[in-house]
Design a protein around this ligand. Structure first.
Ligand SMILES: [Mg+2]
Length: 366
């Protein structure tokens, strides 16, 4: 019997998980009231489990819970028998079939690594190098709302200790300018991330950048002001403002990141494992570190499985300084048992148990 037999995949299951969002999640490209995700569980020959999460965000990609579930199910039989020690080879094997399904790729990759790390008894961040293991502060996202609703939601989070706010904008510029002024007047010790999700023209984005320059609040970044394909527009805005511009939707792949760096189309890049896949994200980090490109990390509407995997990159790879890892806080309940990383107000606390340290509260029998 080969030594590696025990790290082979014996069985893999996927099932839908729906979680209500306490405040409908409205951005310039659509609205979601429910996270419609999918959990993945890999079982090794030893019986060790590994979990992953597929978190499609139909407003930004063509992925839905239904098409992701069908795609994942179509690949399960090919995964059985593979050795999780060869995790990058497994990932490469599914690169082409999953080219248009980055969240499925992410979910499968996460489950493979979680199983491996549980089998060998190390936390996932240790596999990446354990470069910067400590507590981190996350922002909290405020969806697009009226000015008074925005302030009410923000005051509630402020009282819970949150000081970094991410304002979603990009639907109507006049309303956004009004919201930004009101927000700046209402709080005097906060930092802001402003995310347009591609909602503006270049001209509008310039006006908003000027507005941001005039505020008292520290502006951490102005994210994806214009259409993801308008790299020249992104570069123009980046050149013309002192506000750091972040590329989010403009960077899905490593090639996208290379282009943004080359064209100076942003001051930083926003990573998301569900938009790029897990290993492409790692490759984007490597590229950005080599080019002194600062990094932030966010997510779609994710539970602590996908978000814990993102946090593992922060802890393990280091150099990812801005965290937008708040979506489990926006959910009405937590479908996972205690364990894994935890929230202490606005801070994410690392875990030390194996893998992601997380187990769903409900899962299929075998
Ligand atoms: Mg964004």
């Amino acid at each position: 019997m080969s030594k590696t037999t025990k790290t082979r995949i014996k069985n893999i299951q996927v099932w839908p998980v729906n979680i209500s969002i306490t405040e409908p999640f409205t951005i310039s490209k659509g609205e979601m009231k429910m996270a419609e995700n999918i959990f993945v569980r890999i079982t090794l020959t030893t019986g060790t489990h590994g979990y992953g999460e597929i978190a499609p965000f139909p407003a930004l990609t063509n992925e839905t819970q239904d098409n992701c579930l069908a795609m994942a199910k179509s690949l399960l039989s090919e995964l059985v028998g593979l050795d999780v020690l060869e995790y990058r080879a497994i990932s490469a094997q599914f690169e082409t079939p999953l080219a248009l399904y980055p969240s499925v790729r992410c979910g499968l990759e996460t489950a493979v690594l979680d199983a491996l790390c549980r089998e060998i008894g190390i936390p996932l961040w240790a596999l990446w190098g354990g470069a910067a293991v400590k507590e981190y502060e996350t922002d909290i996202t405020i969806p697009i709302r009226t000015v008074s609703e925005t302030l009410t939601i923000a005051r509630d989070w402020y009282q819970q200790g949150f000081r970094i706010f991410k304002l979603k904008v990009g639907e109507k510029i006049e309303d956004d300018i009004e919201t930004l002024s009101a927000f700046d007047n209402a709080f005097d010790d906060i930092s802001l991330i402003v995310d347009a999700n591609q909602g503006y023209s270049v001209k509008e984005a310039r006006l908003v950048a000027q507005k941001l320059e005039s505020l008292h609040a520290r502006i951490i970044t102005f994210e994806q002001p214009v259409d993801r394909h308008d790299i020249a527009g992104m570069a123009d805005i980046t050149k013309q403002t002192s506000i750091p511009i972040a590329a989010d939707e403009s960077v899905f792949t490593v090639e996208d990141a290379r282009r943004v760096i080359k064209e100076r189309a942003a001051n930083l890049i926003n990573l998301k494992i569900t938009k790029s896949g897990l290993f492409p994200t790692v490759d984007i980090v490597t590229l950005c570190h080599a080019n002194n490109m600062p990094l932030m990390i966010g997510g779609m509407l994710e539970t602590r499985i996908a978000m814990g995997c993102s946090f593992s990159l922060v802890l393990g790879l280091g150099g990812i300084t801005i965290l937008d890892l708040d979506t489990p806080l926006l959910m009405a309940d937590d479908p996972l048992q205690l364990g894994g990383y935890s929230y202490k107000g606005s801070r994410l606390v690392p875990w030390r148990s194996a893998g992601l340290g997380l187990v769903p509260r409900e899962e299929p029998e075998n």
